[in-house]
Write a protein that binds this ligand. Structure first.
Ligand SMILES: Cc1cc2nc3c(=O)[nH]c(=O)nc-3n(C[C@H](O)[C@H](O)[C@H](O)COP(=O)(O)OP(=O)(O)OC[C@H]3O[C@@H](n4cnc5c(N)ncnc54)[C@H](O)[C@@H]3O)c2cc1C
Length: 280
C-alpha cells in the first residue's frame, strides 16, 4: 500500500484544480482496501475513483482519501452466459470494450464517461439522450460496510437520475458489480458505438479539463445564459451547456464563483437547482 502525505488532489481529478490531501492512501489489493476502510470508518474518509465528478474546492483535505483504482481492477467475462464481473476500480470504458470484444451488448453509449465501475454506480452514470445508464443491465453489487461484505441486488441500490443508495450510505464501499449482457452481432454493436461516440464528438469536455455536467437539476433557459461566463481560466463552456471548463490554471475560487453565480440566478427566479458534481 502507498501512503502519500500532502498530495495535490488536482493530479487525481479530471477538473485539475484543488487543494492538498493530508493523507492519500493507495491500497494495492482488496485486503488492504478493507483494512483501510475499517480503520477509518469511525472518523470518516473520502473514496476516490477516477475523480471525474469531483471538484476539490478546499485548500486542505483533512479526511483521509482512499484511491480505489489500483486495488480493484479485475474484469471477468463469461462469454457464454453474458455475465461480466468487474471490480470497483476498473475503468468502465475497459469493461465495455472487453465485453463487446466478446460479442456482448455492453453499454457502448457510455464509452465517453471516464469513470471507474464504483464511481459510475455511485452516480448511476449515464447519457440521458441515449436512454442508457450503467445500472441498466446490472445484476448485483458487492459492498463492504467496514466490517462485513454483502451483496445487494439492483433493486436494493435505489438507482435514480444520477443517484443511488450509496449517496445515503457514504460508509459503504462498492467492491465489485455483476452485469448481465445479451449477445449482439459485432456489426450492430459497432454501429451503435460509432453513433454514440459521434453524438458526443463536439462536447467541449472531451478537449478541456472538466468534471462533466455541473448541475443535475436546473432550469434550461437559465443555465444556457451561463454559457461563456468566465473568471480567468475557469469558464462555463460556450458550446456545451452546464459544463465548467478549466482552460489551464483555473483556481478553486473561480470555479466556486461560477457555481455560485448559477445558483444565485436560479434562487432569484425561484427555480430548483442541484449540483451533480461533488465538492470536497
Ligand atoms: C469528460 C467527462 C465526461 C462525462 N460524461 C458523463 C456522462 O455522460 N454521464 C454521467 O453520468 N457523468 C459523466 N461525467 C461525470 C463522471 O464521469 C461520472 O459521474 C462518473 O460516474 C464518476 O466516476 P469516477 O470513478 O470518476 O468517480 P469519482 O468522481 O472519483 O467519485 C464520485 C463519487 O463516487 C464515490 N465513489 C467512487 N468509487 C466508489 C466506490 N467504490 N464505492 C463507493 N463510492 C465510490 C466517490 O466517493 C464520490 O462520492 C463526465 C465527466 C467527465 C470529466
Amino acid at each position: 500500500m502507498q501512503h502519500l502525505k500532502s498530495q495535490q488532489l488536482k493530479d487525481y481529478t479530471t477538473l485539475k484544480v484543488g487543494g492538498t490531501a493530508d493523507n492519500l492512501f493507495i491500497p494495492s489489493n482488496l485486503d488492504e482496501l478493507k483494512e483501510l476502510v475499517g480503520e477509518h470508518q469511525r472518523k470518516g474518509y473520502h473514496l476516490l475513483g477516477n475523480g471525474s465528478n469531483i471538484f476539490v474546492a478546499s485548500r486542505r483535505i483533512r479526511k483521509p482519501v482512499i484511491l480505489i483504482g489500483q486495488a480493484l481492477q479485475s474484469i471477468e467475462i463469461d462469454q457464454t452466459s453474458g455475465v461480466v464481473r468487474a471490480n470497483a476500480g476498473a475503468d468502465i470504458r475497459k469493461m465495455i470494450t472487453d465485453s463487446t470484444r466478446c460479442g456482448l451488448r455492453a453499454p457502448v453509449e457510455l464509452l465517453t464517461i471516464p469513470a471507474t465501475v464504483g464511481g459510475a454506480l455511485f452516480m448511476n452514470a449515464g447519457r440521458s439522450t441515449l436512454k442508457t445508464t450503467i445500472s441498466d443491465h446490472l445484476h448485483s453489487v458487492e459492498v463492504f460496510d467496514g466490517r462485513n461484505t454483502f451483496t445487494l441486488d439492483k433493486q436494493q441500490c435505489e438507482f435514480g437520475h444520477r443517484h443511488s443508495l450509496f449517496h445515503r450510505r457514504r460508509d459503504w464501499t462498492i467492491l465489485s458489480a455483476e452485469f448481465r449482457y445479451q449477445s449482439m452481432p459485432s456489426s450492430e454493436l459497432q454501429a451503435i458505438r460509432r453513433s454514440s461516440l459521434d453524438a458526443a464528438k463536439d462536447k467541449c469536455y472531451r478537449r478541456h479539463a472538466s468534471a462533466g455536467t455541473v448541475f443535475k437539476i436546473c432550469d434550461d433557459r437559465l443555465i444556457k445564459r451561463m454559457r461563456g461566463r468566465r473568471f480567468s481560466d475557469a469558464a462555463f463552456s460556450e458550446s456545451t451547456t452546464n459544463c465548467i471548463l478549466n482552460y489551464g490554471s483555473a483556481k478553486p475560487w473561480q470555479i466556486r464563483a461560477l457555481i455560485s453565480l448559477a445558483i444565485a440566478s436560479h434562487w432569484i427566479r425561484r427555480k430548483s437547482i442541484h449540483l451533480e458534481l461533488e465538492i470536497w
